[in-house]
Design a protein around this ligand. Structure first.
Ligand SMILES: [Zn+2]
Ligand SMILES: [Zn+2]
Length: 187
């Protein structure tokens, strides 16, 4: 059984790099600058790149003996929700990409795992998996609208920014008072 099915990458897909004009001679180089629409679900739970938003690719493709080294940056807008106060976050990100894609049937191809080193499919490189990995590593799992976001008052759910400094809830809910007594008797 062949190790790879024939390439099913579309060379015109914006996140597919075509290396046909890159000589397979170590040191040969090409740059790729283009704008690509963001694929769906690019990000983490609370923050990510909106689908279809402009991703700016600024990449360098370099022939090495066993394949093509892709390095550079991909930047784009991110939208999300503050993990403390749920306010909308509009920001931007720049991710660094550096990934080796081994030629089919090269030594690297036969001696490494696909998880360690990327693979070329013929002359094509699918950039999307590396982009997804880089984005997940770059974006915070607990994004904040600003570093010192005070969050919401746990009692009334109003943002601390919108409350007076001396805001407090003096009255203890009798149900909770009962509970704390219950805990004490259990001890
Ligand atoms: Zn916030
Ligand atoms: Zn409150």
């Amino acid at each position: 059984m062949p190790k790879y099915s024939p390439s099913n990458l579309n060379p015109r897909s914006p996140l597919v790099l075509d290396t046909r004009d890159l000589p397979r001679r170590p040191g040969a180089m090409r740059t790729v600058k283009r704008v690509a629409p963001a694929p769906a679900d690019l990000g983490v739970e609370l923050i990510g790149v909106p689908e279809g938003a402009d991703l700016d690719l600024d990449l360098r493709l370099e022939s090495v003996s066993e394949g093509v080294l892709v390095s550079g940056t991909i930047s784009g807008p991110v939208r999300g929700e503050c993990g403390r106060c749920l306010r909308e976050i509009n920001d931007s990100m720049v991710v660094n990409v550096q990934e080796l894609y081994a030629y089919e049937d090269s030594t690297t191809d036969s001696t490494t795992d696909e998880d360690e080193v990327g693979r070329m499919q013929g002359d094509l490189i699918d950039l999307e998996p590396a982009l997804r990995d880089a984005v997940v590593l770059t974006l915070p799992t607990n994004p904040l609208c600003r570093e010192d976001c005070p969050g919401l008052c746990p009692e009334c759910g109003v943002h601390w920014d919108d409350l007076p400094v001396d805001h407090s809830h003096q009255q203890i809910d009798p149900r909770w008072a009962g509970l704390s007594q219950l805990n004490r008797t259990e001890e």
